[in-house]
Design a protein around this ligand. Structure first.
Ligand SMILES: [Fe+2]
Ligand SMILES: [Fe+2]
Length: 392
């Protein structure tokens, strides 16, 4: 039997890991890959790493149903950083007739002599090395030769397409409310949502007092009153149409948090953080950016990670096709809150109670008519959003 151990923190496991495991399995004709999540690191690093049991559960979810993948809690139950050679000793002891392999990244190969008892480790197994973005293949090959000669071992180089996905990046994306769905296995995505991992906005409730303090400081009195009006209207619509109350409150409170920024400030933040491409329409009407910048502030300042909250803030000015209920509620509430006074507002208020889509269409019509009356540019997404509602 030929089995490989794939060790790592797996915080969280992602498609890059899965891809490497598959490639190793098939290209090197292995019988099994055993995922061995590392134990919890000692003391001070502990706060940065998710608890071992949770990481174990997530890896377990990722490999669920995969016949040739297994998981082992050898390092997790020890609740400490384990030495790789000890882990290998353990497996060799259980299955002494198996040919053991250990999967490592090119970065680890380059530093392998810093590992504890590397000589013992290389007697227990052969290394399978995969390349990683940012590492020169020539350096890796040279090191491979050097280690093979010095330790009389055979290292296998796994030629996998370089997938630039890292756990660190995934965590950052979650914090910013960006989409990670296609970077991790589906089961992992659902586990992360279910356990509210890697995010403050989901895991811990955001402190609403902090948000009130912020918007009171950032908004002019009239805009602040408008925000409270949107909150009141959105909460009502949320009650009627069924939506998450907490998300509705946070989205309503923050929807205009960037509204009183200057055009220059909006453009600067948008450009610096690549929030959206500044096209000709936006160049003429930079205030269109306040939703995008507001969503950015919600993520950065308040660690809001919930994609629905973020999108509701992001698209509250422009709208977009196929909006979620929360997005619709925030968009409509923005237009019909008590301080809004335009002809026909009462009609939309009434319709909104019964039919969100109908009210949404009325709001789009109202907005488009208003923009035309001012001889301003129409934002294409708003037109797309209106067309979408009419066609569907
Ligand atoms: Fe707004
Ligand atoms: Fe608003």
């Amino acid at each position: 039997m030929k089995k490989a151990i794939f060790g790592g923190t797996f915080d969280p496991i992602h498609n890059g890991h899965m891809n490497i495991a598959y490639e190793a399995l098939y290209k090197l004709k292995l019988d099994k890959i055993i995922f061995v999540p590392s134990g919890n690191p000692p003391h001070k690093d502990k706060r940065n790493v998710t608890d071992g049991r949770i990481r174990y559960d997530i890896v377990n979810a990722a490999i669920n149903g995969e016949k040739y993948f297994e998981i082992d809690d050898y390092e997790i139950v020890r609740d400490e950083a384990s030495y790789t050679y000890k882990t290998l000793e353990h497996f060799k002891k259980i299955e002494s007739n198996t040919d053991w392999y250990f999967i490592v990244g090119a970065d680890s190969l380059l530093e392998i002599e810093k590992w504890k008892n590397v000589k013992g480790l290389l007697k227990l197994c052969n290394l399978i090395v995969f390349n990683r973005p940012g590492y020169d293949i020539q350096d890796v090959k040279q090191q491979k030769k050097y280690i093979e000669k010095k330790y009389k071992t055979k290292i296998m180089f796994l030629n996998v397409p370089l997938v630039d996905i890292s756990s660190t990046n995934i965590k950052k994306k979650i914090l910013k409310g960006e989409n990670i769905k296609y970077l991790i296995p589906n089961e992992v995505f659902h586990k992360i949502l279910e356990l509210k991992l890697y995010s403050r906005g989901c895991g811990e409730m955001v402190n609403e007092t902090e948000i009130y303090q912020y918007i009171r400081g950032a908004l002019k009195p009239k805009r602040y009153t408008h925000t409270l009006g949107v909150l009141e209207t959105a909460e009502n619509l949320c009650e009627i149409h069924g939506c998450d109350k907490y998300k509705t409150r946070i989205a309503a409170l923050l929807h205009d948090c960037a509204k009183n920024m200057s055009n220059d400030e909006l453009i600067k933040i948008t450009k610096e953080n690549n929030l959206i491409e500044i096209d000709e329409v936006i160049e003429h009407s930079p205030m269109l950016l306040h939703g995008f910048v507001g969503a950015y502030i919600a993520g950065e300042k308040f660690n809001i990670t919930d994609v629905d909250i973020i999108n509701s803030i992001k698209y509250h000015t422009t709208g977009r096709p196929n909006m979620s209920i929360l997005e619709k509620i925030i968009y409509i509430s923005d237009g019909i809150e008590p301080s809004r006074k335009f002809e026909g507002v009462e009609d939309i208020r009434e319709v909104a109670i019964k039919d969100l889509d109908k009210a949404l269409l009325m709001m789009y019509n109202q907005t488009i008519k208003y923009i035309i009356s001012k001889n301003q540019l129409l934002y294409p997404k708003t037109i797309e959003a209106r067309n979408y509602l009419l066609i569907k």
